[in-house]
Design a protein around this ligand. Structure first.
Ligand SMILES: Nc1ncnc2c1ncn2[C@@H]1O[C@H](COP(=O)(O)OP(=O)(O)O)[C@@H](O)[C@H]1O
Ligand SMILES: [Mg+2]
Length: 285
């Protein structure tokens, strides 16, 4: 995992490896001693869909915030497309597309204008921005809504438009924070299809989710995060095999947990393993 020193400064360098995101001991402590992200180490490769899976409060949004320059890390370091996000935030913004969890479309603008002005803001000339906006509306099946106000869009359409907007300036990395939270099942599947399509086109994608099935069905690799710490990073397949279980059932009880584990294992079919965690038993079934 060697990295040329030029990368640290954000200066251009030959493509010697395909690492697109790198975090080293990345940490965020909010006022009040809240350790939201604790010495995060991870590496995302070009073309991957990488997922950060964890419950509410795990530190997912804070992580995305630091990687996209919205949150200033307390310590540690992060690079995106070889640009140090703390040292060169303006440069870093050029190489990322961001889809936040909440609707951040400009309500004063039409659907098409939301794309066009984003392109202009990122330095595209009028002709290039117009062409990109037209193209993305087709790709994201929003052409019929080009002139509509964004207030008229359904939740699923608004999210698709936000993804399209994030891609306007052709960023090497696309970040999505909980992209399908709050969407109905159909819109969720439509968005998954779009992300898979982008993946086949080679787009590097970093997403967060608290849905296990979403991480499983979309991601090449994922990191499981809780209380600010990454617990494990692997492919969904390897993670499932490592517990050799389809489900994990947690049993909490007072008393002799050792004996209880033996009794449960003896009397319930389909238990492939068990593990003591604090005052509970985790049964793999
Ligand atoms: N701006 C903030 N100020 C203080 N604490 C925050 C702030 N944002 C998040 N936190 C806290 O940091 C922790 C991680 O939050 P967050 O990154 O939003 O997690 P997730 O996105 O996984 O739900 C939580 O304990 C949350 O309450
Ligand atoms: Mg969040």
């Amino acid at each position: 995992m060697s990295m040329p020193t030029a990368a640290a400064t954000g200066a251009g360098h030959p493509d010697v490896d395909d690492e697109v995101i790198r975090c080293e001991q990345l940490t965020k402590r909010y006022p009040g001693e809240i350790l939201a992200v604790d010495r995060l180490e991870l590496s995302v490769h070009r073309g991957e869909i990488f997922g950060l899976l964890g419950p509410n409060g795990a530190g997912k949004t804070t992580t995305v915030g630091m990687l996209t320059t919205l949150v200033v890390p307390t310590s540690g370091r992060a690079t995106v497309a070889c640009i140090d996000v703390m040292a060169h935030p303006a440069l870093a913004k050029q190489v990322i597309g961001v889809v936040p969890q909440t609707n951040t479309l400009d309500r004063a603008l039409s659907v098409w204008e939301n794309l066009y002005y984003h392109g202009r803001f990122f330095g595209m000339n009028a002709k290039a921005s117009r062409a990109a906006a037209d193209h993305l509306l087709v790709q994201f099946r929003l052409t019929g809504r080009a002139k509509a106000s964004v207030m008229e869009l359904s939740g699923g359409m608004a999210k698709r438009l936000m993804v399209a907007r994030a891609l306007m300036h052709h960023p090497p990395v696309l970040f999505l924070d909980e992209p399908t939270a709050g969407l109905d099942p159909q819109s969720r599947i439509a968005l998954w299809d779009i992300l898979r399509q982008l993946h086949t086109q080679g787009q590097t994608i970093f997403l967060t989710t608290h849905y296990m099935e979403e991480a499983d069905s979309l991601c090449d690799r994922l990191a499981i995060m809780d209380h600010g710490r990454v617990l494990v990073i692997d492919t969904p397949k390897a993670l499932k095999e490592s517990v050799s279980a389809d489900s994990i059932v947690t049993v909490s009880a007072n008393g002799d947990l050792e004996t209880l584990t033996q009794v449960l294992q003896k009397n319930i079919d389909g238990i492939t393993g068990s593990q003591r965690v604090d005052n509970s038993i985790q049964l793999h079934v």
